[in-house]
Write a protein that binds this ligand. Structure first.
Ligand SMILES: Cc1cc2nc3c(=O)[nH]c(=O)nc-3n(C[C@H](O)[C@H](O)[C@H](O)COP(=O)(O)OP(=O)(O)OC[C@H]3O[C@@H](n4cnc5c(N)ncnc54)[C@H](O)[C@@H]3O)c2cc1C
Length: 384
């Protein structure tokens, strides 16, 4: 027995599903959003206070047009909702001059005429005294980068989707879906729903939901930490930027101090493989902080202080660390947004638009060829 029929069903209401539900509702569709946990929960990939947003994208110059649009859409969301979501504080990228990070930034900046400022080792020391790096490290400063308030962004999309009439349901896991006629039927523990289109934005649960496709997705456990510096003043956001550091020990990133919890820092590469995201341990062992603490001791010693918080989060990796944005290969009524590989949040505002385009008209006005399921899955280091 069908409970109800909709134009569009969005499966999973994290950063990407929330943005998609909002965009579809904004375009006048009847939308059902289904989330297995509470709305805005902390068991997926879209929590933990902040996310970096930047445009000089070392991961590939092809992302830059999407980032231009993502910036516009975040500003528009702020304007629509009256919420503060995006703080510009600049992004400092530090690494070997010809490493993945700095060479990639130079490539993206040159291809798209972006405003970035190269800093020599001496200029880095003079401008940002808390950072301690040998002369083999150079830097690039991107002034219009900054951070998004993660939970606020998710909440803004969800609230706005509801205001526009979307029916968003928490604690209602989808147990199965199947194509029926030209559309789909989705089953949950509470009912069955029909729709012309299904958009799957299930984060780390995508592989299990689409087992038949054998998607090359792997899930990694990531822990982020906050440390309280004895003197937080040099780390406040009017002085201190978000940063990325490519070092021989690993790829690290961090944020200014936003509250008494202090500075947030994490490692981007690596992370334990997670066979079942629903069974993930969220307990953080004291020794898990050692890696990030050693990074701070080596390169940002004035930030070292008591560990105030930690948060466990998930990366859903593709082999080439590029996203999946496509229609289901056997069922064009189903659209898929997945594999955001630890760098997707900043794009959520434009991903919502792309997935809405794919659901509505089967293609996007953005260039998304590199995100097709039919691409050859090259391998890359997990820097992203
Ligand atoms: C520690 C960390 C730091 C990051 N830093 C950055 C950064 O600085 N900048 C950046 O741009 N990106 C960053 N990212 C990446 C970014 O946060 C993610 O790419 C993005 O949040 C992924 O969103 P999502 O909607 O795909 O996944 P999720 O937020 O996990 O959403 C998927 C949702 O689907 C739901 N779901 C799954 N299965 C079902 C089902 N059967 N029924 C109903 N609901 C279901 C889940 O419960 C979940 O709510 C970071 C990620 C992490 C973990």
């Amino acid at each position: 027995m069908l409970s109800k029929t909709y134009d569009m069903i969005v499966l999973g209401l994290g950063a990407m599903g929330g943005a998609t539900a909002f965009e579809l509702a904004r375009r006048g569709h009847s939308v059902l959003g289904l989330e297995q946990y509470a709305l805005g929960h902390d068991r997926g990939s879209s929590h933990g206070q902040t996310r970096i947003i930047r445009r000089a994208y070392f991961e590939g110059p092809e992302y830059v047009p999407l980032l231009h649009r993502a910036y516009e859409r975040w500003y528009e969301l702020e304007q629509r909702t009256g919420r503060h979501l995006f703080t510009v504080c600049g992004c400092l990228s530090i690494g070997p001059p010809d490493g993945t990070l700095l060479a990639g930034i130079r490539r993206a900046a040159a291809a798209h005429h972006l405003d970035v400022e190269p800093l020599s080792p001496a200029e880095l020391r003079q401008r940002y005294p808390p950072f301690q790096f040998a002369d083999t490290f150079h830097a690039v400063y991107e002034p219009h980068a900054g951070f998004l308030l993660a939970e606020e962004c998710v909440r803004a999309h969800l609230d706005e989707a509801c205001r526009l009439g979307a029916d968003l349901r928490a604690d209602e896991p989808v147990v199965s879906w199947e194509p029926v006629g030209l559309g789909v039927v989705v089953r949950t523990a509470r009912g069955s729903y029909a729709a012309s289109r299904l958009i799957i934005t299930a984060g780390s649960w995508t592989g299990a939901l689409l087992r038949d496709l054998s998607l090359p997705l792997t899930v990694r456990r990531k822990v982020v930490f906050w440390f309280s510096p004895p003197d937080p003043r040099p780390f406040l956001r009017h002085r201190f930027p978000v940063y990325l550091c490519e070092t021989s020990q690993g790829f690290y990133y961090g944020f200014p101090a936003l509250d008494p919890g202090g500075v947030k820092v994490a490692r981007h590469d690596g992370g334990d493989l997670v066979p079942d995201p629903s069974a993930l341990s969220r307990v953080v062992q004291p020794e898990e902080a050692r890696d990030c603490l050693e990074f701070l001791e080596r390169h940002l010693p004035a930030a070292v202080g008591p560990r105030s918080r930690a948060s466990v989060c998930l990366y859903t990796m593709t082999p080439d660390a590029h996203f999946v944005l496509d229609q289901h290969p056997e069922c064009p009524a189903v659209v898929l947004g997945a594999g955001f590989s630890g760098h997707g949040f900043k794009f959520a505002s434009v991903v919502g638009e792309i997935l809405a385009d794919l659901a509505e008209i089967g293609h996007s006005r953005q260039a998304i060829g590199m995100f097709r399921l039919t691409r050859r899955w090259g391998r890359t280091e997990e820097t992203g």
